[in-house]
Write a protein that binds this ligand. Structure first.
Ligand code: CAA
Length: 260
C-alpha cells in the first residue's frame, strides 16, 4: 500500500511510523487511519522488525486529534463506525507482539494522546502537550481516552483532564506517569531510537509474553492473572533465548540472543 499521510521506515530492526500531515497538525482522518493500520500490520508480519516507534512529522504536533473537519457532520451511526475503526487500529498497535514507543513532539491531543497511550512506552520532547479536549467540542473521547487514561494515571487525574479539556505539558505528564521520559526536543528521536534498538535486541519471545501477560492480565482477578503469568513464563522455557540467557549468565559472558 502506498502512503499519502505517513512515512514508514525500517532501520536496524526498528520501524518508524511517522504521521505526515503537518498542515493539519497530523490530525487523524480516515485515510491516515487506513494507512496507519496497514503500517501496524506490516510491523506485525515482518519478522525483521523487532520494535516500533510512532511519531509525528513537522515541528508542531504528534497528532492534534481526530480530524474535526471530517467528523463534524457525522450521524451517530457513522460516528460509531469512525470510533470503531480507531479502536480497532489502536488496539492492534497495543497488542503488537513487539515493543512500541511513542515519540511525542508538540501537540498530542484527543486522538493523539490516545495513540500515545496505545504504545507501550512514551518518550516526550520538552515541548510536548497532552490532553483530551473532546469535551470542548461537546463530545467524549472516542478512541480510548476514557479507558486508557484512568488506567495509566488514575481515575481522579483522568477525570480532571477529561472533564476540563485542559492541556498538560511534558513535565506534568511525566509527574503523573503519562510519559516515561522527557528529553530536549532536538534529542527526542535519537533517544527514542537508542531505546528502541535496545528493546529490539531483547529475547523476542519473552517480550511477546510480557506484553501478553500485562495486556490480558490487567482485567483478570489476581489468581487468574497470576496463572496467566506462570503460563507465559513457562512457555519461555521452550526457546533458544532462555537456554542461551541462563547458560551465558552461568558462564559469566554476554548472551547471544537470536529472537527465538
Ligand atoms: N482536526 C482537523 N484539523 C485540525 C485539527 C483537528 N483535530 N487540529 C488542528 N487542525 C488544523 C487547523 O484547522 C488548522 O488548519 P488551517 O491552517 O487550514 O486553518 C491547522 O491544523 C493548524 O491549526 P491551528 O491554526 O489551530 O494551530 P494553533 O497553533 O493555533 O493551535 C491546537 C494548535 C491547539 C492544537 C489547535 O489546532 C487545536 O485545538 N486543535 C484541535 C485539538 C482537538 O480538539 N483535538 C481533539 C479532536 S476530537 C478527537 O480526537 C475525538 C476522538 O477521541 C476520536
Amino acid at each position: 500500500m502506498a502512503y499519502n499521510n505517513i512515512i514508514f521506515e525500517v532501520e536496524d530492526s526498528v520501524a518508524t511510523i511517522m504521521f505526515n500531515r503537518p498542515k493539519a497538525l497530523n490530525a487523524m482522518n480516515s485515510e491516515t487511519m487506513g494507512e496507519f493500520m496497514d503500517a501496524i500490520k506490516r510491523c506485525g508480519d515482518d519478522d525483521g522488525i523487532k520494535a516500533v516507534i510512532v511519531t509525528g512529522g513537522g515541528e508542531k504536533a504528534f497528532v492534534a486529534g481526530a480530524d474535526i473537519a471530517e467528523m463534524q457532520d457525522l450521524e451517530p451511526s457513522e460516528a460509531l463506525k469512525f470510533m470503531e475503526r480507531g479502536h480497532e487500529t489502536y488496539r492492534a498497535l497495543e497488542l503488537l507482539p513487539k515493543p512500541s514507543i511513542a515519540a511525542v513532539r508538540g501537540f498530542a491531543l484527543g486522538g493523539g494522546t490516545e495513540i500515545a497511550m496505545s504504545c507501550d512506552i512514551r518518550f516526550a520532547a520538552d515541548n510536548a502537550r497532552f490532553g483530551q479536549p473532546e469535551i470542548l467540542l461537546g463530545l467524549t473521547p472516542g478512541w480510548g481516552g476514557t479507558q486508557r487514561l484512568p488506567r495509566l494515571i488514575g481515575i481522579g487525574r483522568a477525570l480532571e483532564l477529561l472533564m476540563s479539556g485542559g492541556q498538560i505539558d511534558a513535565q506534568r505528564a511525566y509527574e503523573i506517569g503519562l510519559v516515561n521520559k522527557v528529553v530536549p526536543a532536538d534529542q527526542l528521536m535519537d533517544e527514542t531510537k537508542k531505546f528502541a534498538k535496545k528493546l529490539a535486541g531483547m529475547p523476542a519471545f519473552a517480550i511477546k509474553m510480557i506484553k501478553h501477560a500485562v495486556n490480558f492480565g490487567q482485567e483478570l482477578p489476581l489468581d487468574h492473572a497470576n496463572r496467566l503469568e506462570m503460563e507465559c513464563c513457562a512457555q519461555c522455557f521452550s526457546t533458544h533465548d532462555q537456554k542461551e540467557g541462563m547458560k551465558a549468565f552461568l558462564e559469566k559472558r554476554k548472551a547471544n540472543f537470536i529472537g527465538r
